[in-house]
Design a protein around this ligand. Sequence first.
Ligand code: JAH
Length: 235
Amino acid sequence: MRFDVVTLFPEMFPGYLSQSLLNKAIEDRLVQVVVHDLRDWAQGKHKSVDDRPFGGGPGMVIKVEPVVEGIEAIQPQGAEEAHLVLLSPQGERLTQRVVERLAGHKRLILLCGRYEGFDERVKDILQPEEISVGDYVLNGGEVAAMVLIDTVIRLVPGVLGDERSAEEDSFSRSNRLLEFAQYTRPRDYRGHEVPPVLLSGNHEEIARWRRQQSIDKTAARRADLLADESPDDET
Ligand code: JAH
């Protein structure tokens, strides 16, 4: 799967891309991330990508020409036609279902805004799918683009390795429950003991206990997930 990221802050990405899981996926050529500097398509002596809003008001707006011309230049750089995503607080909320749908594309272009947003004609002309990672305002779309990449690559076959499948994750297609509590050594830390069932060696009983833990935790914290009509957990 290929991601093309279009941003005014390309230097935000190398640190993120070097984390182990993603870096390995890139080395294994399962995932490709190409970061593009929007300023490469800026015009004029001053290479400006933003300008004051018509009608007045605070802040700056990203100009239409560099965005449209940048996307037009990037689109033919890949073997596959890309689905265009604009990260914006006005977009559809990114849920695991949306992640599953986006993971169905072979290539995504992620357009990251800054300032007061894009000239509206960017949306009229390019008709991107607008996605929001949550109901809060970020300083720009870059962190949201990283969230999107992070969630989507977990669904790319081979990225997680054999020992763990994304199907088992909370919010996945086959498990809409929260994770059960996990413990490791020591068995007793300052009087806080590991539940004895986990030390029993009875795997059927352990599975039952964990399942009940997940249900109880979900009911207490996220009853909205239980109300969700969807294929139920089979574990
Ligand atoms: C903020 C441009 N919830 C996601 C999200 C995405 C983008 C932005 N904020 C929140 C944003 C300022 C400028 C984009």
